[in-house]
Design a binder for this molecule. Structure first.
Ligand SMILES: Nc1nc2c(ncn2[C@@H]2O[C@H](COP(=O)(O)OP(=O)(O)OP(=O)(O)O)[C@@H](O)[C@H]2O)c(=O)[nH]1
Ligand SMILES: [Mg+2]
Length: 342
C-alpha cells in the first residue's frame, strides 16, 4: 500500500436539533400544558489512534467528514435523537493541527487514544423547560447550536527511539535488517527505500527499542534533490540519530567526508532541533576494508570530519560490530528515556 504521511481534511460536526414549542392536546384534558421536547445533540468528530493503521492514505481520498445533525424535538415530551459521532482512525504518531491557527489539536501517541476534533452542537430546549408558575403556556424554545467545523492538517511522524540517517546506499536498510526483524528492501542502487520502516531491536526479553530507517538524503535535499528532505520529519521524535557512512563506496571518486559534511548541512537546513539531537557516527561496510587497515581508515575518517562524538565501526552485511552498537544504544536510551518523558 502506498505510504502517505500527510493529508488535509475538513471536519464538520452536526448541528443540534431544535427544541419545539408544543402543547398537550387530548380529548377530555383541557389546558394540557407545554410538552415540547428538546432537540438531540449533533454528532461530534473524534480522532483515534490505531496501531493497525500505518498510513494516512485514507485521508487523501476522503477529505470531508460531516457528522449528522441531531433531530428536532417533538410534541408529547419527545426528545430528538442525538446523532452518532464519527471516529476517524489514524496511525499512532499522527499529529493533527488546525490549519488556520497552527495549533496542535491532537498528538496521538498511544494506541486507542481518542481526541475530540469538532464538537457537535447542543440540542435546543423545548418549551417544557420554560414552564413556571407565572408562565403556564410558554411559547419559547431555543434552536440547536451549530456544530464546530475546521480544516485540519494531519501529519504522521513515526514513533521511534533511534533514527537512521545517511546518503543512499550507505547501508541503512541493511543495518535495520541486521538488528531487527524489519525487512525493508536492500539494493545497490540509490533510493531503494521510499518510505520509513520501523524495526524493534530486542536486546533480551524485556529490553528493546524501536529503530526507524528512512529514505536516503543527498546534497541539495532541502531544495528538493533526490526525494527531498520531508522524510526527516520521521526522525523528529527520536532520542538519538545514527549517521550511517559508507566506508567503501563503489565509486572511488566519492569523498565520504565531503558527503558526511553535506548530510549534516542538510540537517541544519531542515531543522535546528534535529541537528541538535545526539548523533552517533556509524562507519559501515568495514568488511570491504582489509582487516589490518580498518582501524586506521576509520580513525583517519573521524579526524578528517572533526568528529568528537561517539562512533562505531561495523558491517551491516556480516553483522560484525552490530551487537556492540545495539547494546550501547540500549544503555543510552535507558539512561535518557525516563528524563525525556518527564
Ligand atoms: N559489503 C557490504 N555491503 C553492504 C553493507 N551494508 C550494505 N551493503 C550493500 O550496500 C547496498 C545498499 O544497501 P542498502 O541497505 O539498500 O542502503 P540504504 O542506505 O538503505 O540505501 P537507500 O534506501 O537507497 O537510501 C546494498 O547492495 C547492500 O548489500 C556492508 O556492511 N558491507
Ligand atoms: Mg534503504
Amino acid at each position: 500500500m502506498k505510504f502517505i504521511d500527510e493529508a488535509t481534511i475538513q471536519v464538520h460536526a452536526g448541528k443540534g436539533g431544535d427544541g419545539v414549542a408544543s402543547f398537550r392536546r387530548e380529548k377530555f384534558i383541557p389546558k394540557g400544558g407545554p410538552d415540547g421536547g428538546d432537540g438531540g445533540s449533533g454528532g461530534s468528530i473524534y480522532a483515534m489512534a490505531d496501531r493497525n493503521i500505518n498510513t494516512l492514505i485514507d485521508y487523501r481520498f476522503a477529505r470531508v467528514y460531516r457528522a449528522k445533525n441531531g433531530q428536532n424535538g417533538r410534541g408529547s415530551d419527545c426528545y430528538g435523537k442525538g446523532a452518532d459521532d464519527i471516529v476517524l482512525r489514524m496511525p499512532v504518531g499522527t499529529v493533527v493541527k488546525n490549519i488556520h491557527t497552527g495549533k496542535v489539536v491532537a498528538d496521538l501517541t498511544r494506541h486507542q487514544q481518542k481526541v475530540l476534533l469538532a464538537k457537535g452542537g447542543a440540542g435546543g430546549l423545548g418549551n417544557l423547560h420554560f414552564k413556571s408558575s407565572t408562565n403556564r403556556t410558554p411559547r419559547q424554545f431555543t434552536y440547536g447550536e451549530a456544530g464546530q467545523e475546521c480544516e485540519l492538517k494531519l501529519e504522521l511522524k513515526v514513533l521511534a527511539d533511534v533514527g537512521l540517517l545517511g546518503m543512499p546506499n550507505a547501508g541503512k536498510s541493511t543495518l535495520i535488517r541486521a538488528v531487527s526483524a524489519a525487512r525493508p528492501k536492500v539494493a545497490d542502487y540509490p533510493f531503494t527505500t521510499l518510505r520509513p520502516n520501523l524495526g524493534v531491536v530486542r536486546i533480551d526479553h524485556n529490553r528493546s527499542f524501536v529503530m526507524a530507517d528512512i529514505p536516503g538524503l543527498i546534497e541539495g535535499a532541502a531544495e528538493g534533490a533526490g526525494l527531498g528532505h520531508r522524510f526527516l520529519r520521521h526522525l523528529s521524535r527520536t532520542l538519538l540519530l545514527l549517521h550511517v557512512v559508507d566506508m567503501a563506496p563503489l565509486d572511488e571518486a566519492v569523498d565520504s567526508v565531503h558527503e558526511a559534511h553535506a548530510l549534516i548541512d542538510e540537517l541544519r537546513k531542515y531543522d535546528a532541533a534535529l541537528l541538535a539531537k545526539p548523533r552517533w557516527l556509524i562507519l559501515n561496510k568495514i568488511d570491504m576494508l582489509p582487516e589490518n587497515q580498518r582501524h586506521s581508515a576509520c580513525k583517519a575518517f573521524v579526524q578528517k570530519l572533526n568528529w568528537t562524538g561517539r562512533y562505531f565501526m561495523l558491517s551491516a552485511l556480516t553483522g560484525e560490530g552490530c551487537r556492540q552498537m545495539t547494546y550501547a544504544l540500549m544503555d543510552y536510551l535507558e539512561q535518557h528515556q525516563s528524563s525525556a518523558s518527564d
